[in-house]
Ligand binder design. Structure first.
Ligand SMILES: NC(=O)c1ccc[n+]([C@@H]2O[C@H](COP(=O)([O-])OP(=O)(O)OC[C@H]3O[C@@H](n4cnc5c(N)ncnc54)[C@H](OP(=O)(O)O)[C@@H]3O)[C@@H](O)[C@H]2O)c1
Length: 90
């Protein structure tokens, strides 16, 4: 299957701190995407960012904390992304 071009694209992955989400983040980071991972625990988010950066050799990885069960957290995340002028491609 043909892979979409993700170089220089900004991709947000919910559940990106472990499991299938982290695996997808590593794959996209290796392909050159800038990756934002979502989790809801700081320690796991920090560890995942370090691991994804190391395994992909891509420094453009960061985490945002957001409890997806809370509308207030989702709204706050949305506002942070807009405030930072982050353009999400996927
Ligand atoms: N693994 C598989 O083979 C497989 C196959 C088919 C479908 N799925 C489905 O895919 C999903 C992920 O599976 P997984 O095995 O990768 O799970 P996992 O390793 O337990 O990953 C869960 C992820 O979701 C995040 N998360 C959990 N509760 C959250 C909340 N309230 N707000 C924000 N983030 C939250 C966790 O963040 P924290 O690190 O902060 O806790 C973590 O990043 C599940 O719905 C599962 O049913 C998995």
């Amino acid at each position: 299957m043909k892979q979409p071009k993700v170089e220089n694209k900004i991709v947000l992955i919910s559940g990106g701190t472990s499991g299938v989400g982290k695996a997808a983040a590593i794959s996209l980071a290796k392909a050159g995407a800038e990756v934002i991972i979502l989790g809801h625990r700081q320690s796991r988010a920090d560890a995942a960012v370090a691991e994804i950066q190391r395994r992909s050799n891509n420094p453009l990885i960061w985490a945002e904390l957001c409890d997806l069960t809370l509308h207030s957290d989702i709204k706050a995340l949305h506002e942070r992304l807009i405030d930072q002028n982050i353009r999400l491609d996927a």
